[in-house]
Ligand binder design. Sequence first.
Ligand code: ADP
Ligand code: MG
Length: 230
Amino acid sequence: MIELKDIRKVYNLGKVELEVLKGISLKVEKGEYVAIVGPSGSGKSTLMNIIGLLDRPTSGTYKLNDIEVSSLSDVELARIRNKQIGFVFQSFNLLSKLNALENVELPMLYAKILPKERRQRAIKALERVGLSDRLYHRPNELSGGQQQRVAIARAIVMNPAFLLADEPTGNLDTNSSIEIMKIFYELNQLGTTIIMVTHEQDIANHAKRIIRIRDGMIIEDSFVKNRITY
Ligand code: ADP
Ligand code: MG
């Protein structure tokens, strides 16, 4: 479970201070599927990076599975992140010199899982996103939608409790976006808690709950009435 209380983030730009998050409080329970929606510059990525333990808030408390995150060292945070949180980004963030299998194996390399098991689990993750016939393709030999599916396979290969996706369909056409939304739907049905940033209402309507952010504050938090399912 994720519990944020009065989270603030201030960037120090020389003489000027920029408050990007202005007291965000929210709870996300296991099994939820949340869309975070808001205009460009409203603080969505900053919030996602804090939730994903990639960044620390300036003030406020963040409890992840009842553990207060601010009391943990960077090394401890990295360990929790690798085990519990999968990330998907708008720009896929795959390593261009590695093929699909090798990209998906990366998190397991950091976790010191043995080569044979790494390979088996990577193949399984790629099967799950419908890419069993693209194991040895490099990113530039794949379509955008396929690259994003490799990124999802990489994000889920450690069986994370949470999947965080920052504009996962931002670079994709409608058909590829739907493919990604189908995969998210299935993952959530199987128990993965998903938090996804998007500025497209059609994409947000795949979530069970929408949180609207404006200027670093939550202005709406509501359940989706006619959710798109598959
Ligand atoms: P969004 O994802 O909603 O578009 P961001 O969280 O990326 O918004 O950014 C929110 C605001 O914080 C923007 O005005 C951005 O310029 C500023 N910002 C983001 N990261 C930094 C940083 N590292 N240093 C200074 N300002 C930043
Ligand atoms: Mg952003």
